[in-house]
Design a protein around this ligand. Structure first.
Ligand SMILES: [Zn+2]
Ligand SMILES: [Zn+2]
Length: 405
């Protein structure tokens, strides 16, 4: 332990002293909702405030105009907080990312105050755009932005059912990739000379039947779901072009890639059966599954209780959704905690969330979670054994999940 006197008091004090500026930033983002990769006002306002707080800010990180990094401290472990700020098309801040933005910034400000007071570590706040589409963290992880980070932390708003993933098997998210299968056939008059046609829509139908047959033989965490994007233009023309898109999801990235190979084989079979030509592509970078760091979650839980946000511990549960946090979690020990911004259960991605994201309770709990995140950062810097334990469990989990059993 390399304890620094007064570090914890400094964290709490600096977040409280700057609460008005921080909440104003969140209200501004809420009032100016910007969708994925268009978050120009939001990212600028975040980066400007961090600069005002004394961080060294870099914009256009990973060649993404709305991504940024903000650093403070000279030596020691690097603790990162990840901020999001994208909104949903037609809805606004229906996922509360205006609160995620300030959770990361306030936590970063808190840890910086401790570092300025003598704690020997470094802190970063990363502005990570486009969580709802594209996945800014995926692009940033691929560009090596998080390579030096010793631990990455963040918070996501939730309902009264929000919980902290302290136990093994909690905090999971599925690996997910988009696959597109296009079939090129031969147009012909569907009644006049169908024997001259090669039916690309039949190939798409075979893909659906093939994947439906595959379902019986996949692990229970796998999810395969698709749509027909192109299925021909007129019933009296044999479709010479048809296309289908699928999400392939699984508990681990390794298993997802294996399933994607099976799907490709099905498509190849469909092309062979119909005499069409297959074009197989993966238009977007895949999301990795989420490796939640329970060592860090247990430390965070202790601080959440202490600051007055005693959310319950999560139960072990298979992942259902997917997040770009997954790709960060394969680069460095990672933790994203959920916390309540309403006192009841509401449907997510809805107008109810838009309202809750601009509520007294929402701001109040976001500042509490930021304090707990900053205090967790102090523990990780002050206590090398704790950080080493977090890293060891992370490394073991990456290795385990890289094998397909
Ligand atoms: Zn979200
Ligand atoms: Zn969302």
């Amino acid at each position: 332990m390399i304890a620094v006197d007064g570090a914890r008091e400094r964290v709490v004090a600096v977040i409280e002293e700057n609460a008005d500026a921080i909440v104003s930033l969140s209200k501004y983002i809420h009032a100016n909702p910007e969708i994925a990769m268009q978050e120009f006002k939001s990212s600028k306002a975040c980066a400007d405030l961090l600069e005002h707080f004394g961080f060294k800010v870099e914009r256009n990180v990973a060649d993404i105009p709305t991504a940024f990094s903000a650093l403070a401290g000279d030596t020691g472990p690097l603790i990162a907080y990840l901020s999001e700020y994208d909104a949903l098309p037609g809805l606004g801040h229906g996922c509360g990312h205006n609160l995620i933005a300030i959770a990361g910034i306030a936590a970063g400000l808190g840890l910086k105050a401790a570092i300025d007071g003598g704690l020997s570590g470094r802190v970063a706040v990363f502005g990570t755009p486009a969580e709802e589409a594209v996945g800014g963290k995926v692009l940033m992880a691929n560009a090596g932005v998080f390579a030096e980070v010793d631990a990455a932390l963040g918070a996501h708003p939730g309902t009264s059912e929000a919980s902290c993933p302290t136990v093994e098997g909690s905090g999971q998210a599925l690996a997910c990739m988009l696959v597109r299968m296009e079939f090129h056939g031969q147009a012909a008059h569907a009644a006049g000379d169908p024997w001259n046609g090669r039916n690309s829509l039949d190939a798409v139908i075979h893909v659906f039947n093939g994947i439906n047959a595959l379902r019986q033989h996949v692990k229970s965490d796998a999810r395969l779901h698709g749509i027909v994007t192109h299925g021909g233009l007129a019933p009296n023309v044999i479709p010479d072009y048809a296309a289908t898109e699928w999400f392939v999801r699984a508990g681990t990235t390794a298993y997802m890639l294996q399933l994607a190979d099976r799907v490709k084989e099905i498509a190849e079979g469909a092309a062979l059966m119909t005499g069409t030509r297959l074009e197989f592509s993966t238009p977007e970078e895949a999301n990795s599954d989420m490796i939640t760091n329970h060592v860090m979650a247990r430390v965070l839980k202790k601080h959440l209780d202490a600051v007055g946000l005693p959310i319950p511990e999560s139960k072990p549960e298979a992942g259902s959704g997917s997040t770009d946090w997954g790709n960060v979690s394969y680069v460095t020990p990672s933790l994203e905690v959920s916390y309540p911004i309403v006192d009841r259960v509401i449907t997510w991605h809805s107008p109810d969330v838009v309202a809750a994201s601009d509520s007294e309770l929402g701001y109040q709990n976001t500042l509490l979670v930021a304090k707990a995140l900053a205090l967790t950062g102090i523990d990780l810097i002050e206590n090398p054994e704790l950080l080493a334990e977090a890293k060891a469990t992370w490394k073991a989990e990456v290795e385990k999940r890289s094998q397909v059993s």
